[in-house]
Write a protein that binds this ligand. Structure first.
Ligand code: ADP
Length: 273
């Protein structure tokens, strides 16, 4: 059985090379720093594309800690997180999963869209996210004690949850929750302009279109247009695509197939631009 690799090169691989651009909206960086100082597990709640991933990347950079991100899905098993034995030419070899690597090297482990994972898969994080801070590797007969710098962060979109797909209370009640939403209009326009390179005036108009769509959430739309989509629209506009075409492609068509809703959103674009 090979010893797990936890050398400096592994840690280095997960360090952010450059400062990610993050425009703080409130006191979220201070709150997160206090939670990290207490090594409190943190849940980032909010709609898709509103800046949760960018925030955790920025915080990992600011704190100088490695970041290991896992996109959760319903086929994910506990072994995908923890690790498994692999067969190779020399016999069996244990390979740490991302959660185990994070616990060993003292990374921030970010499980993105955690409700996508099955509830029984999430149980593997329980002993890591309470006072024990250990990860039992049952198949290997080893118990990993988390490095003092290790912290668990999950993202959670409350809009998607159903009775079948939600976290158990026993999982939820291990986390402090930070609530994210689309930023105020002027801040969002600043972000869109920075990320895509569009003029401030165009960025403001993109935000206006998004706000109209957000008012339709629950009235024919599951979600409004996210900041991420506004950045996409801006990226096409800066490459010479007329605003109305760019908005149709990036803001409207990904959201809905409903003919009435398409008309409503298309005319919102024509009104604003
Ligand atoms: P989430 O993780 O909430 O789905 P992301 O963090 O991936 O969303 O955000 C989507 C995009 O929106 C980012 O890539 C970034 O361009 C932009 N963004 C949103 N909020 C911010 C912010 N506060 N500062 C900087 N960029 C942001």
């Amino acid at each position: 059985m090979n010893a797990p690799v936890t050398d400096l090169a592994t840690t280095q691989q997960y360090m952010l090379a450059e400062e990610p651009y993050y425009r703080a909206v409130d006191a979220e960086t201070d709150v997160y720093e206090a939670a990290y100082a207490a090594r409190m597990p943190v849940m980032l709640k909010g709609p898709t594309g509103c800046g949760k991933t960018r925030f955790v990347e920025y915080m990992a950079w600011k704190l100088g800690k490695p970041l290991i991100t896992v996109a959760c899905n319903e086929d994910m098993t506990a072994s995908d997180l923890v690790g498994r034995f692999l067969l190779d030419a020399d016999g069996t070899r244990w390979q740490d999963g991302p959660l185990t690597i994070a616990a060993r090297i003292g990374a921030i482990c970010y499980l993105d869209e955690v409700v996508e994972a099955r509830q029984d898969t999430m149980v593997v994080i329980h002993a890591l996210t309470d006072h024990r801070r250990v990860l039992p590797l049952e198949k290997r007969g080893e118990q990993v004690t988390a490095h003092p710098d290790f912290q668990m962060v999950i993202s959670y979109n409350p809009g998607y949850q159903s009775l079948m797909k939600d976290l158990k209370q026993s999982t939820k009640q291990r986390f402090g929750a930070m609530v994210f939403d689309y930023p105020p209009a002027d801040v969002e326009a600043e972000i869109v302009a920075h990320e895509s390179g569009v003029e401030a005036e165009v960025a403001r108009k993109l935000v206006q279109v998004a706000q109209r769509s957000r008012n339709l959430k629950g009235h024919g739309l599951d979600e409004g247009m996210s900041t991420r989509l506004l950045v996409h629209a801006g990226q096409l506009i800066t490459r010479g695509i007329p605003a109305s075409d760019a908005c149709r492609m990036t803001l409207v068509r990904p959201l809905t197939d409903d003919p009435d809703m398409l008309d409503t959103l298309d005319s919102a674009i024509d009104t604003v631009f």
